[in-house]
Design a protein around this ligand. Structure first.
Ligand code: HEC
Ligand SMILES: [Cu+2]
Length: 453
């Protein structure tokens, strides 16, 4: 008796509470479902199609859940033991079911599955290839005519390289950039998906679903940004220590702006000032402590995550303003240090020094809005932070530890490695340095990098 009374009181309170919740959900949904990487705010046909599949599945499964849940609730309530006599009664005779109900449920389930399967299969087909470009020949013809665009995205631990195979650059070869993929808006873009080391995954939530970057496997996807804008991307397959901060950006531009961007990028690096001659006496200064333990677990996001603001800031960056005269000497010195400190072994600054292939191309690093694969904003302060102590921001990154093959370090980074590829430590517990930068070096290198518009 007591039990059923408390049950009734629970039902009395639960009903208004549930109603309130049901009313509040759609209102607060706006808060939950939006954000820089929300798949509910789509910006192109591929993502839109995939969201529709999600909704179809959601509605069908909601219908099933409510139907079965209601049947269970009604049966439980209607056939509950109302008296002690019923509680202790023998169970009724067990039947073998009703053929109509059984057949009905089976056919009903099949219909539900077909409801889900048809749009899903259609969606998979739609998302696989650029419309009318499902063979290499047809795709090439579309790209040739300018009806589609084509780029290659390659994953590296822990950054992305973007190749533009159709954009020839001065002196041979094609355009290569890193970490910011710039595409024409309103046009299908076929993305060839590759990796140079382990498995990664390419994901721009507002534009298209993720596709894995798998060693020795040629994957691809296509995406389209309907409007010019700034979109946030992310590696979506665990790939080692710094996986969670392996991000990238996609910037979609109107045709004229895109053509201008391409023309700017194809140019070799801007020489704001000639390389300074080597100084007669080597510089002395204090080196930063290489703080490998005090890693910043909560590295600040670059920017506020507001795409509109970020897009404006990015556009402003593309305008190459003449360099401040007061900075020219610093830029000259930075260019010298870039060579002297062996940055050139891993990085390329096309037209200047360096032909490295193990690290992001820095030819126009000054025109990017982020550094270290979308982790930090590309400001003077953040560039310095990165150059002083890369491992603090991005644990295990290859600039600090060196680029390694499977057995050995093939290109030395900031610190020396021992035979086991672990950092070599000196007597005071500090890692042994290959590349040592004083704060004056860091200032000069930063000025040089910022001049590379
Ligand atoms: C051993 C190879 C190596 C050396 C030497 C090296 N780097 Fe790097 N650098 C990298 C790698 C790898 C990354 C990408 C790190 C990441 O995001 O995981 C990188 C990233 C950067 C970035 C950010 C690029 C971007 O697109 O986000 C800058 C700037 C940079 N390095 C400058 C320098 C400077 C200046 C030097 C010389 C003092 C230097 N690097 C020396 C390998 C190297
Ligand atoms: Cu990754």
């Amino acid at each position: 008796m007591r039990f059923s009374a408390s049950l009734r009181s629970l039902a009395r309170h639960a009903l208004p509470a549930l109603t309130l919740l049901a009313l509040a959900l759609p209102a607060s949904g706006a808060l939950w479902l939006e954000g820089p990487q929300s798949t509910f705010e789509t910006a192109g046909p591929v993502a839109k199609g995939q969201l529709q599949i999600f909704y179809v599945t959601l509605w069908v499964t909601t219908f099933l859940f409510v139907g079965t849940g209601a049947a269970l609730a009604i049966a439980t309530w209607k056939f509950r033991a109302k008296r002690d006599a019923t509680t202790n009664a023998e169970p009724p005779p067990q039947g073998h079911g009703n053929p109509f109900v059984e057949l009905g449920l089976t056919v009903g389930s099949i219909i539900c599955l077909v409801f889900i399967a048809v749009p899903t299969l259609k969606g998979i087909k739609f998302g696989y290839d650029v419309p009318n470009g499902d063979t290499p020949g047809k795709l090439a013809a579309l790209v040739e005519k300018g009806d589609a665009y084509r780029v290659t995205a390659t994953g590296y631990q822990w950054w992305f390289q973007f190749d533009y195979p159709t954009e020839k650059i001065q002196g041979g070869g094609t355009l290569v950039t890193a970490n910011e993929l710039v595409i024409p808006a309103g046009k299908p873009v076929h993305v060839d998906i590759r990796t140079r080391d382990v498995i990664h995954s390419f994901w721009v939530p507002k534009l298209a679903g993720k596709v894995d970057m798998i060693p020795n496997r040629a994957n691809h996807l296509w995406l389209q940004a309907d409007e010019p804008g700034y979109y946030f991307g992310q590696c979506a397959e665990y790939c080692g220590d710094s996986h969670s901060v392996m991000k990238f950006r996609v910037i979609a531009l109107a045709p004229a702006e895109f053509a201008k961007w391409l023309a700017d990028q194809k140019k070799p690096a801007r020489a704001a000032a000639p390389m300074a001659p080597a100084p007669a006496t080597p510089a002395v200064g204090t080196m930063a402590i290489l703080d490998m333990m005090g890693r910043d677990a909560m590295a600040p996001l670059s920017g506020t995550g507001d795409a509109r603001e970020a897009f404006k800031a990015w556009q402003t960056r593309q305008q190459a303003v003449p360099e401040d005269n007061a900075k020219l000497a610093l830029i000259s010195d930075g260019r010298r240090l870039f060579k002297e400190k062996t940055c050139v072994n891993c990085h390329t600054v096309r037209g200047h020094e360096g032909a490295g292939v193990n690290a992001p191309d820095l030819t126009h690093i000054g025109s990017r809005s982020t550094i270290a694969a979308g982790l930090l904003e590309n400001t003077e302060a953040r560039l310095k932070d990165w150059l002083i102590n890369p491992d603090h921001w991005k644990p295990s990154n290859k600039m600090f530890h060196g680029v390694g093959g499977s057995g050995e370090i093939v290109m030395a980074g900031y610190i020396k490695a021992d035979d086991n590829k672990h950092p070599m430590m000196d007597a005071s517990g500090q890692p042994v340095r290959n590349i040592a930068l004083t704060s004056a070096d860091v200032t000069a290198l930063t000025a040089y990098l910022q001049s590379l518009k």
